[in-house]
Each structure stands twice: as C-alpha cells, then as structure tokens.
Design a protein around this ligand. Structure first.
Ligand SMILES: [Zn+2]
Length: 269
C-alpha cells in the first residue's frame, strides 16, 4: 500500500496525517481508525497568521503549521537571512519589481512547508493548504498584491505538463486568485524543456534566456496591467526574471512575483 505518515505538532497538540494512495486521511493520538476527512470530500480551509507562523486549518482541525520568512530578509528579492541593503543576489535579476515569498527552502533540513512543497509536485491536493496560506500572507504582509489585476502562473513546457498532468503554479494561482478575488490568466508559454538541476548560477542564467514568451493570442491582455507571477519555489530568480521581462515587453506596467519559498544557497545554510 502506498501510504505516508506526516507528524506535526503545535503547542501541546500532536497530530499525524495519513496519506493512502494520494488520499488525505486524518488520524490523531487516538489511533489510525479515527478518519475524519478524505480528499474526495469538500475541503474548507482557513488560516490564522501569527508573526512568524501560519496555521492552516481544514474544518476544525489543524492541518499544518508553516514557518514564515522572518527578518532579516531582502525585501526586493525575498532572499532569507540578509537585509535588503546588504543583498547582492538581485543585482543581476530583472523584469520584476519585487519577489514576495512565504518561507524559505533549504536542501538540508526539511520543514513542513518544504515537505508540502515537495508533495505538491506529485499531488495537487497540496495546492489547497499552500494556496490558502499564500493568499493569507499576501493579504496580511504583502498588501501591494491585493491591487494586482492578474495572476499569471509560471508555465511548464507541454512535455513537462504531460509527465505530471498538472502545473503546480497554476493550481496555486487558482486558489490564491479565488481567495483574493484576482483573475488568473494563463498567458505565458515555455518554448522548450530546459533542465536546471546541477547547473551553476551562470549556467542557469544562460539556460533560461529566451525560454518564455507571451502567447500571441494573449498579448493584448497584459497591456497596462499590474501582473503578479505565481511560482512554487524561486531558486536563482532567473526564471521569474525571464517571465517578467516578456510580460513587460508586451506592456505590463508592473510585475511582482509571489512564491511559496525562496531557496537558500548551500553555502548560507
Ligand atoms: Zn535581494
């Protein structure tokens, strides 16, 4: 049986989450028999945000606690652990105004936020808790985004879409758009498959150059618009730079980026 158990705790409350064949089932300290929801039932999520944590509830049950990005971080590119004036990582990024993220993503320690980001690559159910949390942080901490006229997910290439059967950025954008009442438009296209794993920063920069375009039939849609790009994890920032560049080329007057997490470089961990 393909099943996974996640353990999480908040204060004195400890809960286990059982996932069986991609169906979400709950269990608690009383035992596995106490199944309350399955993913086939209607899900009603809501969030509570404290200074550095966000609590995501499904119905009356705590589903997840995500750790939020805390100061210091770069307010221009969202990079964790560095004040804006000391950050040089956005010097070679372009096209967008700011990157707003919920938390950080490191390759060593895996927080619940990071575990759910990984799960989202396989199971689009996770777009719900993550998307609700992202909408909550946008409206509480990154209020500028509430003025956006359009949410645009970072696209996959059709081949990548075929392998996975969904685009995680689109699934997130749909939840965030629904919560913040901002329309989601699929206006970008990825022109070829480019593998980024194992590439250096310079190699990634070259690999994404010219990789994205605005779909010819959608070019008028972005003219004079404040657009927010939605992505799951922002690593180097070159992908969102390229996407923002083509949106600006077709007349978007401002482009911001909203993501679940910003990757911490290995040397900074
Ligand atoms: Zn920066």
């Amino acid at each position: 049986m393909n099943s996974t158990i996640f353990h999480y705790s908040s204060g004195t409350k400890k809960t286990d989450l059982l996932i069986v064949k991609n169906e979400i089932r709950y269990c608690d300290e009383w035992g596995l028999g106490n199944i309350i929801y399955s993913s086939k039932e209607k899900t009603n999520f809501f969030c509570k945000m404290l200074e550095n944590e966000i609590f995501v509830y499904q119905g009356h049950r705590l589903f997840a606690t995500y750790e939020l990005l805390s100061e210091p971080y770069c307010h221009r590119c969202g990079y964790p652990g560095v004040a804006t004036e000391n950050c040089s990582l956005h010097d070679d990024l372009y096209g967008f105004n700011k990157i707003y993220v919920m938390g950080k993503y490191s390759s060593r320690r895996k927080s619940l936020l990071e575990q759910h980001i990984i799960s989202l690559k396989e199971n689009k159910f996770y777009a719900k808790p993550l998307g609700y949390a992202l909408a909550c942080i946008a409206s509480n901490r990154y209020e500028d985004i509430l003025n956006a006229e359009m949410l645009v997910p970072v696209p996959l290439h059709p081949t990548e879409y075929g392998n996975r059967s969904f685009n995680q950025s689109l699934e997130l954008a749909k939840i965030v758009g629904e919560q913040l009442n901002i329309p989601v438009s699929f206006v970008l296209m990825k022109k070829r498959v480019a593998r980024m794993v194992g590439l250096t920063r310079e190699e990634r920069s070259r690999a994404v150059a010219g990789l994205y375009d605005v779909l010819p039939s959608r070019r008028k849609l972005v003219r004079n618009k404040y657009v927010v790009l939605v992505d799951d994890v922002i690593t180097t920032g070159f992908t969102v730079s390229e996407c923002a560049k083509v949106l600006r080329k077709y007349g978007a007057y401002k482009v911001d980026v909203l993501g679940l997490a910003r990757t911490v470089l290995l040397t900074d961990e």
